[in-house]
Design a binder for this molecule. Structure first.
Ligand code: FES
Length: 271
């Protein structure tokens, strides 16, 4: 289905901290078509300033009772003038949004378990993924790492969905001190023999590489959501290439906006 190019009204702006916020956007054509792992391109300023849109993962897909979803949210981190504007937007504002774009996650089914691994703003695709997986009865865990306890968000929301939480912070202020891959490795070692687990990861590339390596070492599948510079989101600029290996082991470049952003972790040529 072709992506929709819409003017989306801002329904709410939940500021999570001095740097992070969640924008809820009224965009039925995008919300109804979006799948967990897909992204949208948002023009962060009016007119042509800035010229290029920015990519954001679909964070939540919001429905009204049994009706088709009509809204979705994006998790934003304030890193420059564009995201500064998104941080300051108020309900009633309007944004130009194109989407949904890219390949979504493949959803596992019970009895397989889904273990999500998020680093920092890499939490961005996981509220929608957790919602879809829990709706089909999949047991979910979220391994979530950040710099400090103050940078961990939506914990109550994930817990309310029945997602088990394993936290890590670099300064030790919440959960395990250090990288989130440490509690993940402990959990992989301790899981019952024969338990099928798929790892879903989003965050810094070294974390994705480590997750893919852990998945391989422990006989699990992994799906990684890569973060690439995306100037167009539509396959036209080649700013977003990722090196992947085919079944013969030969590496080739593909465009993350078309062939990703979700890839089989075992297929990415990390070096
Ligand atoms: Fe332009 Fe992928 S973002 S080709």
């Amino acid at each position: 289905m072709a992506p929709a190019d819409v003017q989306a009204e801002v329904l709410g702006n939940r500021r999570l901290s001095a740097d992070y916020n969640v924008l809820l956007l009224d965009a039925p054509a995008i919300a109804a078509a979006a799948r967990p792992g897909q992204f949208v391109m948002i023009r962060t300023g009016p007119g042509t300033d800035p010229l290029l849109r920015r990519p954001f993962s679909v964070f939540e897909i919001v429905g009204d009772g049994g009706r088709a979803p009509s809204a979705f949210s994006v998790l934003c981190k304030r890193v420059g003038p564009g995201t500064e504007r998104l941080y300051r937007l108020e309900a009633g504002g309007c944004l130009s949004v194109l989407g949904p774009l890219g390949k979504p996650f493949d959803l596992v089914a019970p009895p397989a378990e889904a273990w999500m691994v998020a680093g920092g703003v890499g939490l961005a695709p996981f509220a929608a993924l957790a919602g879809a997986l829990r709706a089909s009865g999949v047991a979910c865990r979220l391994f979530y790492g950040a710099r400090t306890a103050a940078d961990l968000f939506y914990l109550d929301d994930f817990a309310a969905r029945g997602v088990a939480l394993d936290l890590a912070t670099e300064d030790g202020s919440r959960g395990t001190r250090g990288l989130v891959t440490a509690p993940l490795e402990i959990a992989l070692r301790g899981r019952p023999a024969g338990a099928a687990v798929t790892l879903y990861a989003c965050g810094p590339e070294p974390m994705l590489k480590a997750v893919a390596a852990l998945a391989g070492a422990h006989g699990c599948a992994s799906q990684v959501s890569t973060e690439r510079v995306m100037a167009c989101g539509m396959g036209g600029c080649y700013s977003c290439v990722v090196s992947v290996r085919d079944s013969s082991g030969r590496a080739r470049f593909v465009r993350s906006c078309l062939d990703g952003p979700v890839f089989d972790g075992a297929a990415v040529a990390w070096d």
